[in-house]
Design a binder for this molecule. Structure first.
Ligand code: SF4
Length: 434
């Protein structure tokens, strides 16, 4: 989502004459768009500010604005702690960035803009075209969360659930497609909680998917991140009927133990999770799943951990994320007693070994087979192209022909931890522009 936000921030500042630069030393204004999900996020921001200060030691100081969820969580504190910062702007008020920059330029004042103005934000953004021209583009449809998992900061930094209007989203999709996008990933902290009501209808995520599926020039649709609780029947129907909806779903489970899920306030149990997977597999037999795992959540016993391993063995998640639990200030879980660090570490290593084995097995299963790849870009200084298959695997091939934006069948002949490698099956190139 920060990538989407950063692109939109760029669209906004263009209206007051600012452009992006690859040469950081040329910058008149630095924007650090921050994420608060990972551990030590705040420390990393101060570290980055230290780097900017060093770079500009003998030069005119650039304007420095911290945006995103760290800005939201820390707000005034940041301005007090680091005098180099000119503004802190939360993720729900970044539409004000042109005015904020002007104000800092003119008044030399420090700005703190951390109110939740999500309706106003999207009203402003709708007036400015999305200029992102990536083959695979992100599009925010929903923000915030009302679920309050006990470990998570999102409800406090992004605010309550908010869904953009159906028409706005379709309009913006058309802009992205006109700019060259062949794949759109619909984004939200709780993307499948999307619910927009106008005077005639309640629109859900499935309505957006069905509509996008009917747009000829768009080739692929994805969505992330989902909550198991919001995998509704209509969404399963979309997986069944929309051939452009890719057969991989990132469906965070966090733990394989219903006892821990309850302690986390996840609002679903393992039986329900298995049912969702079974229902999706029934309508889309080749669908694969990835997930997030928190290891060593307060109260996690060896038996809870074994339940997580059992779940992984059963579902065979590919490309998952796993971390040792670390408390986020202000969340209810931060007041609980942590599992011993060494115990949690050992569990994480065990779990990551299992996930890695599955990942390797999954990549190996592509060997000598053909897979359809959407090529996104040429790799720097090489005659190689980077793309992704339907399951989000990175695929690299050598080619003298420009493959950018093409859907090509590739025969896989090698793989490593991160990517599949192969050669294009020349007679099978399909021009996406067709
Ligand atoms: S559902 Fe996701 S975003 Fe919402 S509180 Fe839980 S982990 Fe955080």
């Amino acid at each position: 989502m920060n990538e989407y936000d950063s692109n939109r921030i760029l669209d906004l500042v263009k209206t007051i004459g600012y452009v992006a630069t690859d040469n950081s030393l040329e910058a008149d204004c630095y924007v650090l768009n921050t994420c608060h999900i990972r551990e030590k996020a705040t420390d990393k921001v101060y570290h980055d500010i230290g780097r900017v200060k060093k770079e500009f030691r003998n030069k005119k100081k650039p304007m420095l604005i911290v945006m995103g969820c760290v800005a939201q969580a820390e707000n005034q504190e940041m301005l007090k702690r680091e005098k180099y910062i000119d503004g802190v702007v939360g993720p729900q008020s970044y539409h004000q960035i042109p005015n904020i920059i002007k104000k800092i330029e003119n008044d030399k004042s420090k700005i703190n803009s951390t109110d939740f103005e999500v309706i106003e934000k999207f009203d402003s953004l709708n007036l400015i075209k999305n200029s992102n021209s990536k083959i695979s583009s992100y599009l925010t449809i929903q923000e915030g969360c009302d679920k309050f998992c006990k470990f998570c900061v999102v409800p406090y930094t992004r605010g309550p659930e908010f869904s953009r209007s159906f028409d706005e989203i379709i309009n913006e999709s058309k802009q992205l497609i006109a700019n060259g996008a062949k794949e759109i990933t619909l984004l939200g902290q709780n993307v499948n909680a999307y619910k927009y009501k106008n005077h005639t209808k309640i629109y859900r995520l499935s309505d957006l998917i069905f509509k996008l599926n009917s747009i000829k020039k768009l080739k692929r649709i994805r969505y992330t991140t989902s909550h198991p609780r919001d995998v509704t029947e209509d969404l399963i129907e979309a997986h069944k009927k929309c051939e452009k909806l890719m057969p991989i779903l990132h469906l965070p489970v966090q733990s394989g133990s219903s006892r821990i899920l309850k302690a986390m306030n996840r609002n679903h149990n393992i039986k329900e999770y298995h049912n969702i997977i079974a229902n999706l597999k029934q309508v889309k037999p080749n669908i694969k799943f990835s997930s997030d795992f928190i290891i060593g959540y307060p109260g996690e016993t060896e038996s809870d951990f074994q339940d997580t391993l059992k779940l992984i063995a059963k579902i065979q998640f590919i490309n998952s994320y796993s971390f040792i639990y670390s408390p986020r200030p202000g969340t209810p879980a931060s007041e609980l007693t942590n599992v011993e660090k060494e115990v949690a570490k050992k569990r994480l290593i065990k779990l990551q070994n299992v996930l890695e084995k599955i990942n390797k097995q999954s990549k190996k299963s592509f060997l000598n087979k053909s897979t359809e790849v959407l090529f996104e870009n040429k790799m720097k200084n090489q005659d190689k192209y980077f793309g992704r298959d339907k399951f989000l695997n990175s695929v690299v091939v050598e080619s003298k022909q420009d493959l950018t934006g093409l859907l090509v069948n590739v025969k896989i002949n090698n793989f490593n931890h991160n990517s599949l490698f192969g050669e294009i099956i020349v007679d099978k190139i399909k021009d996406c522009a067709a």
